[in-house]
Design a protein around this ligand. Sequence first.
Ligand code: WTA
Length: 648
Amino acid sequence: MSEIFNPKKEMFNNPQFGSMEEYKALVADFDNDYEGTWAKFADEKIDWFTPYNKILDESNAPFYKWFSGGTMNVAHQCVDRHLDTKKNKAAIIFEGDNGDKEIITYRELAYRVNQTANMFKNKFDIKKGDRVVIYMPMIPEAAVTMLACAKIGAIHSIVFGGFSAEALKDRIIDASAKLVVTADGAFRKGKPYMLKPVVDTALETGCECVKNVCIVERNGEDINWVSGRDYSYNELIKSESSVCEAEPMESEDPLFLLYTSGSTGKPKGVQHSSAGYILWAQMTMEWVFDIKDNDTYWCTADVGWITGHTYIVYGPLAAGATTVMFEGVPTFPDAGRCWKMVEEYQINQFYTAPTAIRLLHKMGENEPAKYDLSSLRILGTVGEPIDPPAWKWYYEAVGNSNCSIVDTYWQTETGGHMISPLPACTPIKPACATFALPGIIAEVIEENGTPTTTGEKGFMCITKPWPSMIRTIWNDDERFVKSYFGDCKKDGKAVYFTGDGAMVSEDDYITITGRTDDVINVSGHRMGTAEVEAAIKKHDNVASVAVVGKPHEIKGEGIFAYIVLKSDEGIADELEEMKTINQLIKAEIGAIALCDAMAFVPDLPKTRSGKIMRRILRSIVKGEEIIQDTSTLEDPSIVGIIESIVKG
Ligand code: WTA
């Protein structure tokens, strides 16, 4: 599908980008005066407490600093500054799994954020710079906790509720967190599920840094209370004052850490800044979602991922919008749940992942037609490449061929969107992220910086620093430089490499072709093969293992493991063995990393120096012809053996 869909302008009144000429004019402004144009937006958008004295400091590249010397506060930017004009506007509309509803106005949000901030200070002795781990379901208290941390300058680190005790423990220890905020649990598919027991297990060994656990009581199930350590959020909040001064934060003070997977080793604590991050969260919210004062916006992500950070909480609230938070899953009680909610709340912008679109398409192709979806103006997708059939169904069945689809390309590390169509402006090509947003210098290049030829794959790089970029990896500056500034250079200078490949078409459209490293994208969630392999290696009978991504109809990619056992005597039943290995993965990482399939093989294709040739393993699982040179392998015959096992 290379057809171009021209925007339906009549549905929009996009003040910023009425046409591609306006887009190009702003791109030209950035070309002519990069720093000055950024400064113009920073002055207009951010409510500074004290002005900054330098726009961009490149003296210690790649540790770039933006708006140095300025002070502000992200919770003030997202909540307090709106109180003069929007105090009774809905900030958060919450819908629970079982359909319970709560509407929190900006005034009410300010009230709760302040009480929570005071609780953190008074009861848990949380000070500026302390780390708070948040392990919570999708309930308003998660957003309140994030903002309360921001209000007092504590650094939050959210761990997605699907991660196991072991994964939670690693993240707590790496961040050296003083407080864990969690919930007894929540509801999913009509039933309660638990989170607090996972925290208990994580804290059993080796988390001495944690002094307290603060528990939101959501599902009312029985939990274990450790005296002197565990406190009820619902009880403590009652006695807290609703007045709390915002801590003045330097632009570069960290706002949060978010752990994400890389190609090697343990997850990395991506560190984001205060001013630069919130500036871009707000600008992209306004540009890409064309947020109007009366709009209701819904992003279905979980706050445990970057999409939830930037586009459920920080971006929408900084823009003074109404954001919907949903506790449940899109297929419960049936595959019409999302469309029912769109009708009920008259959602104007709906933002989700291709995996969800494929699932809803498969399970309820005709469901959208049963609801009035005419409020929708913009449909967004994020997290993985969207395939043309899913795009078409989204456009036609959900959007009634009337909405702009914004295929937003970005990453945990970029803080906000990098490449995306602009609604009512960019002529859209299905399944194509289109053009870099103004201010973002995105280039598809060879390692040495030469632009790739039209239609050829190259490295997706951002060649100039931008305000919302990752600042470092927590506690590991060296890994930061190596991971992102080690591979590509332009004009002799190291530039940010995303880890993705991309292609540029004749008419300059950018299409993302996927990761070039050992990161798998399962249902839009990043998973490092090294992490999954480390979990599998803990099995006593596993001699070696290699994990690769395998195309999956719904999830985009599934996880496939090639396993060499020490002894195959014990494995009369391969299915049983797979089950035990998957249990181990669930305990080490969580259910999101379960393998879809495994092959027990006599050996892996290794070079004489012992390096596993993963590319061969990827080709085998895709059923592709092996084009790689196998003559450098220690035992070239192994390739045919593995192929026949996989074809089985
Ligand atoms: C992939 C999610 C194609 C990409 C916001 C990236 C995409 C990784 C798109 C980041 C898209 C994200 N089209 N691929 N529109 N958006 N990706 O850190 O491989 O969880 O590097 O951030 O998702 O995943 P992360």
